[in-house]
Write a protein of this length. Structure first.
Length: 226
């Protein structure tokens, strides 16, 4: 099955212990919702949990950057269709929370993501290397502070290009086709402190095809010759 991009969005608030918004995951089958949650407190605030449609999302390892940003990725396979509330909870309200969200369909519901890789740096060329496979899709949520723009390197495409207003933070979502090993990278307008998480999305199986004449299933089952 082919993985299909459904939707993306960015949200922010000012001095709050939670951040939520309506997010549409689409109506196609085998959905996946992913959110990168951020704080500007450098470890003083814990990114506690996230839910979509009231269902708890799986948390990846939290990470931080010396500039004062912590980030954590959450994901949920089998996400409810259409528009539902996406919410992230923080341990306190002494920061300006932000989140970047994306949704895809045609995703394996047992092992939706792999190769989760956090990264940080202080250059003009952010980069993540992810183990993937043909037929999968590599996605990367990231952000930076200090430059005025960011663009993905070929062949990646951009899904989010967001300048946040409360702190001058700039966030993005890039994606490109999977392969045995994928380096997804980009270029900033100048040297800046950057951070984020990259991962590979696994496609759902095409399913069992059943021969209507014999009842025998297989990926290439065909009617018997006449």
């Amino acid at each position: 099955m082919t993985i299909t991009y459904e939707n993306s969005a960015a949200f922010e608030s000012d001095f709050a212990s939670s951040l939520s918004g309506s997010f549409n995951a689409g109506t196609n089958s085998d959905r996946l919702v992913v959110v990168l949650a951020l704080t500007d407190r450098a470890g003083a605030t814990t990114i506690s949990s996230a839910t979509y449609g009231g269902v708890a999302m799986t948390a990846h390892t939290a990470s931080n950057h010396a500039s004062g940003y912590d980030f954590r990725l959450f994901y949920l396979a089998g996400a409810a269709s259409g528009s539902n509330t996406l919410a992230v909870t923080y341990s306190d309200g002494n920061m300006k929370p932000k989140m970047l969200a994306g949704a895809w369909s045609g995703v394996d519901q047992t092992t939706p993501v792999s190769g989760l890789t956090n990264g940080t740096g202080s250059t003009s060329t952010p980069s993540w290397m992810v183990t993937s496979a043909t037929g999968e899709l590599v996605a990367q949520f990231g952000g930076q502070i200090g430059a005025t723009s960011a663009s993905p390197g070929s062949p990646a495409v951009e899904r989010i290009d967001q300048q946040f207003g409360t702190t001058g933070f700039y966030g993005w979502l890039w994606e490109e086709d999977g392969a045995a090993s994928v380096t997804i990278n980009g270029t900033l307008s100048g040297v800046a402190e950057w951070f984020g998480t990259a991962f590979s999305i696994k496609a759902a199986s095409a399913g069992l095809v059943v021969n209507p004449l014999t009842g025998i299933g297989g990926s290439a089952a065909r009617p018997l010759a006449g």
